[in-house]
Design a protein around this ligand. Structure first.
Ligand code: PEP
Length: 249
């Protein structure tokens, strides 16, 4: 059985003060051992989040990292710098990073390898654009992204990873993929991992759905065979996140 993992991607929201307030609002409501819960604040609020969440089961993740250990990479953050703060997860290749910061399948793969080597749990994002969905090429797009991301990653590392399927047309738009659409692509992701590593490994990888997940659609999404969690943007900044984590109740 795969343990469900629900992560809140706060994006570029919340100062340290705001992060403290949000954590105070949510902490007790989402502190469970039934679901793995991860808060992904901005870099500046990571230390605060680690501190404020001590003594709970809630983990902290970053939204990005660089693949090098150190050096002349102005504005970047390394895996060791995140680990030093007590960060345990890292989101990689989010569509906003791909779209606005020129991240490519190749750089996502470098980051993925580094995160695993450093001992962080990567949440690797894949997903098609609206144009690609309309052209009905979403299977090829997502399959190619998964193959590229997992290039040269060993089965034992692959098994520890989380893949987030996030159709770009559903992110921040209020337009959720139907549970059937989401399940179909998550199944393709697992089938791709199956062809790369075999069933034992592919069955261990957790696959999240992300894209306008909210308290009303989470139950249906989480009921799908290949959906093992959610990556939540907008709704992770409010009390709704507690209802999402406590899905099915
Ligand atoms: C996201 O950015 O990862 C996301 C899924 O955002 P939202 O939930 O707001 O669509």
């Amino acid at each position: 059985m795969r343990k469900a993992v629900i992560a809140g991607n706060w994006k570029m929201n919340k100062t340290i003060k705001g992060a403290k307030e949000l954590i105070a609002l949510l902490k007790d409501k989402v502190n469970t051992d039934k679901v793995e819960v991860v808060f992904c604040p901005t870099y500046t609020a990571l230390s605060t989040a680690v501190e404020e969440l001590k003594g709970t089961n809630i983990k902290v993740g970053a939204q990005n990292m660089h693949w090098e250990d150190n050096g002349a990479f102005t504005g970047e953050i390394s895996a060791d710098m995140l680990l030093e703060l007590g960060v345990e997860y890292v989101i990689l290749g989010h569509s906003e990073r791909r779209q606005y910061f020129n991240e490519t399948d190749a750089t996502v793969n470098k980051k993925f390898k580094k995160a695993l080597k450093a001992g962080l749990i990567p949440i690797v994002c894949v997903g098609e654009s609206l144009g690609e969905r309309e052209a009905d090429i979403q299977k090829k797009i997502v399959t190619d992204q998964v193959i590229a991301a997992f290039n040269e990653i060993e089965a034992s590392d692959a098994a520890k990873s989380i893949v987030a399927y996030e159709p770009i047309w559903a992110i921040g738009t209020g337009k959720t993929a139907s549970s059937e659409q989401a399940e179909e692509v998550c199944r393709w992701v697992r089938e791709t991992l199956d062809s790369l590593y075999g069933t034992e490994t592919s069955q261990k990888v957790r696959i999240q759905y992300g894209g306008s997940v909210n308290a009303s659609n989470v139950d249906e999404l989480m009921g799908m065979e290949n959906i093992d969690g959610a990556l939540v943007g907008g709704a992770s900044l409010k009390e709704d996140f507690a209802s999402i984590v406590n899905f099915g109740k």
